[in-house]
Design a protein around this ligand. Structure first.
Ligand code: HEC
Ligand code: HEC
Ligand code: HEC
Ligand code: HEC
Ligand code: HEC
Ligand code: HEC
Ligand code: HEC
Ligand code: HEC
Ligand code: HEC
Ligand code: HEC
Length: 249
């Protein structure tokens, strides 16, 4: 027999247990996130208090998982996009590292489709001199598409399509190339990437810099994300002398 005196307490405990259980399964189903993470690495292992960072320090998932553009998105391992290095092995394997194609376009962020170019008008601008852009008969027996011979990548004998075409256009449009990457859309129509279903170009088609100068490699990605936030907040380890506040010797 239950003593009447304890009934309200028992009831309260039962209610709290139910709330806790519901809350637990709810968050579990929605987030499925690790409590803490052990990183084994050459600097000394790091133990990261994942759950505490989210719950106690009140940091939203997307602050760290910046690939998450909505609550429903999966949180991916940082290394799927910030590998130890962007080498051949990465290129070979990375196409199957993502659950959906929408993650691809965080890096493959732009493709060009149509050329904005009025050919007839340009024949006038060039005073009917086809060779302002085309080759002479020795190379091009008849003027045609530059892409018939010039390919994505340059070879020993022949420059890439972009390099070849740009060189000709530049002879009259130096100004259009002066502003670097911001001016490309005067001649190129960019595709809506959320609808895009074609293949992806390599970064080097448009960027002169190495990929690691565009997207951080693994160690720098971690160091920058962890320490930039700590420095901004003035809390948690950052700076030259903080190494062993994260790395266990
Ligand atoms: C303070 C930064 C931070 C916050 C906030 C955070 N995470 Fe993470 N999370 C990480 C890091 C760092 C990893 C380790 C990723 C790795 O191993 O490359 C990780 C790993 C994960 C993983 C495992 C991914 C895998 O495939 O290895 C999941 C799932 C995850 N987080 C979900 C979440 C969810 C959901 C939230 C919000 C409720 C959240 N995280 C909040 C930083 C954070
Ligand atoms: C789906 C791919 C993807 C995933 C997953 C990803 N990143 Fe990134 N990250 C990028 C790209 C692309 C950039 C560079 C472009 C930009 O700044 O948005 C970047 C930029 C960064 C930067 C530079 C500063 C900034 O915030 O723009 C840091 C730091 C960083 N990532 C850390 C991380 C960490 C740590 C994780 C895991 C918790 C992570 N990233 C997961 C793709 C990803
Ligand atoms: C200002 C540079 C320029 C001049 C001048 C020029 N062309 Fe072109 N031409 C191009 C480019 C660039 C292409 C490829 C267009 C494309 O990919 O849409 C092209 C393509 C062509 C094509 C292939 C069209 C097709 O749809 O297959 C022919 C044929 C052609 N040109 C003939 C000529 C002739 C003939 C002249 C001279 C009367 C001339 N062009 C002058 C730049 C030029
Ligand atoms: C029939 C094949 C063919 C077509 C079509 C062609 N090219 Fe070329 N192009 C070549 C070859 C081969 C070379 C390398 C030989 C050389 O350097 O003279 C070359 C080299 C070039 C070069 C570097 C050398 C130079 O002449 O300054 C430029 C620039 C160039 N092409 C622009 C164009 C443009 C622009 C078009 C289209 C309007 C075009 N090419 C169409 C075959 C072609
Ligand atoms: C012989 C000189 C000459 C060459 C070579 C030339 N253009 Fe032009 N282009 C002109 C002139 C002149 C105009 C009209 C005036 C202006 O807008 O600058 C023009 C206008 C344009 C415009 C419209 C500009 C705007 O602001 O709306 C585009 C796009 C263009 N050209 C693309 C090209 C492309 C692509 C090439 C190389 C295949 C090329 N041009 C090569 C002379 C040239
Ligand atoms: C004056 C006009 C003009 C400007 C400005 C211009 N391009 Fe181009 N680009 C062309 C032409 C013409 C071609 C050859 C297209 C063809 O014949 O199909 C081309 C080709 C390319 C290609 C090869 C496309 C393919 O299908 O393989 C790339 C990549 C490219 N351009 C990138 C750029 C970038 C990045 C910028 C900005 C820095 C830029 N272009 C600015 C005219 C221009
Ligand atoms: C973290 C950035 C990143 C993400 C996310 C990413 N890629 Fe890549 N991808 C690269 C890099 C870097 C290369 C190496 C070649 C280069 O320098 O562009 C590459 C190369 C490629 C190439 C070869 C391009 C060529 O012709 O050289 C294809 C195809 C490709 N990726 C498809 C995908 C697909 C499909 C996805 C999504 C499932 C994806 N990528 C996600 C960065 C990324
Ligand atoms: C078709 C041309 C093109 C290709 C291919 C391309 N980019 Fe870009 N990228 C641009 C242009 C144009 C900008 C500047 C304007 C903008 O942000 O759209 C840019 C800007 C960026 C930026 C912003 C920082 C900066 O330096 O301006 C990053 C990061 C970046 N690209 C990464 C990549 C990576 C990684 C790849 C390959 C996976 C890639 N891009 C492939 C054209 C391209
Ligand atoms: C968006 C902000 C943010 C990011 C990103 C972040 N932290 Fe923190 N971290 C904090 C805050 C805030 C504290 C301090 C809480 C306090 O002192 O009250 C903290 C404290 C810490 C501490 C000391 C206390 C504890 O919980 O262990 C360590 C160690 C730590 N962080 C490691 C990391 C690592 C490793 C990463 C990257 C994987 C990381 N943090 C990313 C905000 C962040
Ligand atoms: C806020 C926590 C934090 C601080 C402070 C920190 N690191 Fe790290 N460090 C990490 C994390 C997280 C990783 C990534 C572990 C992984 O790759 O799995 C890492 C990785 C490394 C690596 C491994 C590289 C590899 O390829 O294995 C080295 C080396 C390193 N850090 C050195 C340092 C040095 C030196 C300092 C002090 C200047 C420092 N770290 C400060 C968190 C930290």
């Amino acid at each position: 027999m239950l003593n009447k005196r304890y009934a309200p307490i028992t009831a309260a405990v039962v209610i709290l247990l139910v709330i806790a259980a519901v809350g637990y399964t709810r968050t579990k189903a929605k987030t499925d996130m690790p409590v803490r993470i052990l990183f084994k690495n050459n600097g000394g292992n790091v133990i990261f208090s994942h759950l505490v960072h989210h719950r106690n320090y009140q940091i939203a998932c997307a602050k760290c998982h910046h690939e998450m553009t909505s609550e429903q998105d999966k949180a991916l391992a940082c290394g799927s996009c910030h590998p130890v290095s962007f080498d051949e092995q990465y290129v070979e394997n990375h196409k199957s590292s993502f659950p959906e194609k929408k993650y691809c376009i965080q890096c493959h962020h732009i493709e060009y489709e149509h050329l904005i170019f009025d050919h007839d008008e340009h024949i006038e601008f060039a005073d009917d001199n086809c060779q302002a852009c085309h080759h002479g008969e020795d190379i091009e027996p008849e003027p045609g598409q530059c892409s018939e011979c010039h390919e994505d990548m340059e070879s020993d004998e022949i420059p890439s399509l972009a390099m070849a075409a740009h060189k000709r256009c530049q002879s009259c449009h130096e100004d259009m190339f002066d502003q670097g990457l911001t001016s490309c859309t005067t001649c190129h129509q960019a595709v809506d990437m959320t609808q895009y279903s074609g293949d992806f170009s390599s970064c080097g088609q448009c960027h002169d810099v190495k990929t690691k100068d565009l997207v951080l490699e693994r160690m720098n990605a971690f160091h920058e994300q962890c320490m930039d936030c700590h420095e901004r907040e003035g809390k948690g380890p950052y700076g030259e002398n903080s190494c062993f506040k994260c790395h266990i010797r």
